[in-house]
Design a protein around this ligand. Structure first.
Ligand code: DGJ
Length: 759
């Protein structure tokens, strides 16, 4: 269902007592309601399930009738320096040095003009009653997907420069719960997205990063907030959850403050750390977007809201296709030449992937890129490795019948490079101190327009000079140390201008190349956010490609990001079988990063068949709905299990993995499926079976109803001999026949065998 509201002004006002105005920002199920008081203060009076009658919002008592001394605790955008006592959303120093701000409602506007169908934009205009200083609060409600996007624009017409000390994107208020549980995701290289849940207590909990680039290395800008009860990984269908994320690829700050009334204030935005911003008159400072979805039926609904929204509105080509690929990084690292690459491309073709991706190490001559210590920034083919250049490779690929893609890390430079020698002024480094490196490299100053042009041209010329380049992997391996720009007149603008510079470049590239697939990579998942994902078709979750680790890492990303965007590559990393690793990689955008010629006959056959099967499954995995059935994060869980169901509910793909290798660990009982049509009958067939597997354990069941499968469930028989199982669901119309129901007998024998051995 979509709403139809034509471009109107003040059409959604709900009159309240004492000349108050209520502005409901609504989606199908969610309402965020801003009250304008008789003193023209804007407060969040409601955030939760949408009420049936908008007029009811007017009855909500502010702060449950409690006095907060200031009238500002629930402010929709808390100013500072006047009567505020808690964490502000905005802090400014006016041109005349006055450090105070008050914000009063002027007007608001709600419209659908220039918005896609089903999207309603609300803008609330606020102004300081004393200074010519304006703040506009913008809320975009994505009706069907229950996602709300919020950002702020700040402007003034004072004589002189106003210093912005803090400039949040969003300031929300929760007054309806007795307790709040925050799940955030932290980690490091190869350990991305480890969830941790804490109950919020009085005071402030801050999630932030100050890394500049590769900003999410230690902490992701995405979180889950559960009201009244902790998130229960046993049950994804229960609970009131706000799932939020900041669409910004640089320093961010998320603050969760339990106030003296035991309510929760949420402030989200760019990290003000070392980032005071000087704003000249009439210039507009636009914050990045804070995005959230709100679910009253648990984490599962929240994730599906994100997935649908991201595919429809955010990720380029989100509703279209992706390319399977063979990457050479883990196959060769820096050690390759034309002959090796040609044979890898042939292998890719033999395997059956769409594209060959040439990774790091192909460039640099004065300082050849033979390891990670040199060459970064010198984007010319290394003549020893590639004497005939990139065109030779793209032509070879074309002859073989495979597409060609290439790795770039255009924001970075090695000190051992011609770029560094010729353009030291383009490098972020502080004067009078020794350089300090992250992976032997430094970051280019994207706040400098000349550097933006250089980066843009690096990528653009890759496409113009080599039109057959069909894919780019854009890496970003370094954080910013010693932040300093030689060209930016305001050092404290650098962190912000850097990200804006990056987005400028990506915008220019996307305008020229709207459909080219690009992978967002940052030494693994150091930059996975919906700011960058406006420009990238997919992201690299982690350099950790161990199959078991990936179950957890991909699981965490799936709370926020759709499977179509998750690049999952089969490598030789880890102890698991090739089948396990392949099954795990199939839960997103399948790729490979191994030496195909080193696969034995069965391994090659299995992989070739897996790619063919994937062709049949990918539409459901990429564009269907995800239902997580058994979480690997559940205490004592032996398995992880999830299912993708297509929109018509006539096709589904169910993945189950053994994640515990203790004695007799396994699925052991039916798993209740989700997302199926209870009235439809399904045929369940186990797929992606390794050659030579004992046929007696293979599942092939004709006609089980969605109702049965969701209420009683089905045991995929995952155990130490079957560590991963994929079952495909298709509609069946025939009479109920079990052609070959689970071979419980073989399982029985296995158990008896164990008991005999160990007793
Ligand atoms: C880090 C990436 O995450 C890897 O996949 C690979 O591209 C290397 N960089 C190359 O240096």
């Amino acid at each position: 269902m979509v709403i139809c509201i034509s471009a109107t002004i003040n059409n959604n006002i709900v009159a309240g007592q004492n000349d108050t105005i209520h502005i409901p920002i609504v989606t199908a199920n969610v309402a965020l309601v801003i009250r304008i008081s008789s003193t023209r203060d804007a407060s969040v009076i409601y955030l939760g399930k949408r009420l049936q009658n908008d007029a009811d919002y007017a009855s909500i008592p502010i702060n449950n009738g409690n006095n907060d001394y200031t009238g500002l605790l629930s402010s929709a955008y808390t100013p500072s320096g006047t009567r505020n006592l808690l964490e502000p959303a905005i802090q400014v120093i006016h041109a005349d040095g006055n450090p105070s701000l008050d914000l009063k409602y002027v007007r608001h506007q709600q419209n659908t003009t220039n918005q896609p169908n089903g999207v309603l934009l609300t803008t609330i205009y606020l102004e300081d009653p004393v200074y010519p200083f304006q703040v506009n609060l913008n809320y975009k409600a994505y009706y069907d997907d229950n996602v709300i996007e919020q950002w702020t624009s700040i402007k003034h017409s004072e004589t002189g420069v106003v210093r912005l000390e803090k400039y949040s994107s969003a300031n929300l208020y929760f007054a309806s719960a007795h307790s709040y549980y925050l799940t955030h995701f932290h980690g490091d290289w190869a350990q991305e997205m480890k969830p941790e849940q804490v109950q919020l207590t009085a005071g402030i909990k801050v999630l932030d990063t100050k890394l500049g680039t590769r900003a999410d290395l230690f902490q992701a800008p995405s979180f889950l907030l559960s009201l009244n009860q902790p998130i229960n990984h046993d049950d994804e269908d229960q609970g009131e959850i706000l799932s939020g994320t900041l669409a910004w690829s640089g320093n961010y700050q998320l603050q969760f403050e339990i106030d003296p009334l035991h309510n929760l204030r949420l402030l989200a935005g760019i990290n003000p750390y070392a980032s005071e911003y000087s704003l000249v008159a009439e210039q507009e400072f636009i914050t990045p977007s804070f995005l959230f979805t709100y679910s009253f039926s648990g984490l599962g609904t929240a994730s599906r809201n994100w997935h649908r929204w991201a595919r429809k509105y955010r990720i380029p080509q989100g509703e279209n296709n992706r390319l399977t690929l063979l990457n050479n990084w883990e196959a060769t690292y820096f050690d390759f030449n034309e002959t090796i690459l040609t044979s890898l491309m042939r292998d890719g073709k033999r395997l059956g992937v769409d594209l060959f991706l040439l990774d790091d190490g192909w460039f640099g001559n004065k300082y050849p890129r033979n390891n990670d210590q040199a060459g970064l920034g010198d984007w010319q083919e290394n003549i020893k490795k590639l004497p005939h250049g990139i065109d030779y490779l793209t032509n070879t690929a074309e002859g073989i019948g495979i597409k060609f893609g290439i790795w770039l890390e255009p924001e970075m430079v090695n000190p051992k490079s011609e770029l560094y020698e010729n353009h030291l002024d383009w490098v972020i480094k502080v004067p009078n101190r020794p350089e300090y490196y992250f992976r032997n490299q430094l970051v280019l100053d994207l706040s400098n327009l000349a550097v933006q042009d250089f980066v843009y041209n690096t990528v653009d010329s890759m496409f113009t000079k080599h039109p057959m380049v069909a894919y780019v992997k854009w890496d970003c391996n370094s954080v910013i140390y010693n932040a300093y720009s030689t060209s930016n007149p305001h050092q404290s603008h650098l962190y912000i201008d850097y990200v804006r510079g990056l987005y400028n470049i990506l915008n220019r590239l996307r305008n020229k190349y709207p459909t080219i697939p690009m992978m967002l990579c940052s030494g693994g998942g150091g930059r996975v956010d919906y700011g960058a994902l406006q420009y990238f078709t997919e992201f690299w979750p982690s350099d950790n490609t161990d199959g078991l680790e990936r179950v957890f890492i991909q699981w965490s990303y799936s709370f926020f990001f759709p499977a179509i965007a998750s690049c999952n590559h089969v490598t030789t990393s880890g102890e698991q079988t090739l089948k396990f690793r392949t099954d795990v990689a199939m839960m997103g955008k399948l790729g490979y990063d191994l030496v195909v010629s080193q696969l034995d006959t069965d391994e090659l056959l299995f992989s070739q068949q897996a790619l063919q099967i994937y062709t049949r499954l990918k539409d459901t995995i990429w564009h269907g709905d995800l239902f997580r059935c058994v979480s690997p994060y559940r205490l004592g869980s032996d398995i992880a299990s999830l299912i993708y169901v297509n929109e018509n509910q006539d096709h589904a793909v169910w993945f189950t993995y053994l994640i515990n290798n203790r004695y007799r660990a396994g699925s052991s009982r039916p798993i209740r499926l989700k997302g199926l049509d209870p009235t439809k009958n399904y045929r369940l067939q186990e797929i992606n079976i390794y050659p030579g597997t004992d046929n007696s354990t293979i599942i092939n069941v004709n006609k089980l109803s969605g109702d049965y499968l969701m209420m009683f469930g089905f045991d995929p028989m995952v155990h130490s001999q079957r560590t991963s199982v994929i079952i495909e669901f298709q509609l069946t119309n025939g009479v109920k026949t079990l052609t070959c129901f689970l071979n419980n007998i073989s399982r029985y024998f296995l158990i008896v065998f164990y008991v005999l051995i160990f007793s």
